[in-house]
Design a protein. Structure first.
Length: 176
């Protein structure tokens, strides 16, 4: 049986799930002298997340990190389902699916490293940034031409919304 092109999945996506470090950020963590861990996120990714949320897509973040600044940033973009401190991402995924009656076939998940691997095997469209580890690239149906934290999230959201006719003409001001 012939493998479907990732583009054939785009029209059926209703849900976006993202990892944080290495996907929404470049994976770099700056540690201050007080022990605070700082991350940088791209405003183009923020615009795309806010646009998808405004269009009614389900958006979820599942991350092993526990930074509350990340939670505040994502909530400001319209993300309602945020799982931080995830030790086993499948547990959070199953909880999210159950609470929201999500069909795994309608999910785009973007991850970049080994903790994302088990989740990516369970969903319809596993994706990764260009700089993901080889094991994640091997399980991904789409590898963005963008690196994590440099627009990879914008890349996949924009593709889905364009295919579904929901990208053009929508402008949002809540992405900064």
């Amino acid at each position: 049986m012939e493998e479907k092109s990732y583009k054939e999945y785009l029209e059926h996506i209703t849900t976006f799930i993202f990892d944080v470090d290495g996907v929404l950020t470049d994976g770099t963590v700056t540690v201050t002298t007080s022990g605070e861990m700082l991350r940088t996120m791209h405003t183009k990714d923020g615009y795309a997340i806010n646009t998808a949320a405004a269009q009614g897509y389900n958006i979820c973040v599942i991350s092993g990190g526990k930074n509350e600044g990340v939670r505040l940033r994502l909530q400001g973009l319209g993300v309602k389902d945020i799982y931080l401190g995830a030790k086993n991402k499948i547990e959070q995924l199953n909880d999210y699916f159950e609470k929201n009656s999500i069909n795994p076939e309608n999910v785009l998940y973007m991850g970049d490293d080994i903790p994302d691997y088990p989740v990516m095997q369970l969903i319809g469209l596993p994706c990764c940034p260009q700089d993901a580890v080889p094991e994640i690239k091997n399980v991904s149906k789409y590898i963005s031409h963008k690196k994590g934290g440099e627009g990879a999230v914008r890349d996949v959201i924009e593709q889905v919304l364009k295919v579904q006719g929901k990208w053009s003409g929508h402008f949002s001001a809540n992405y900064d």
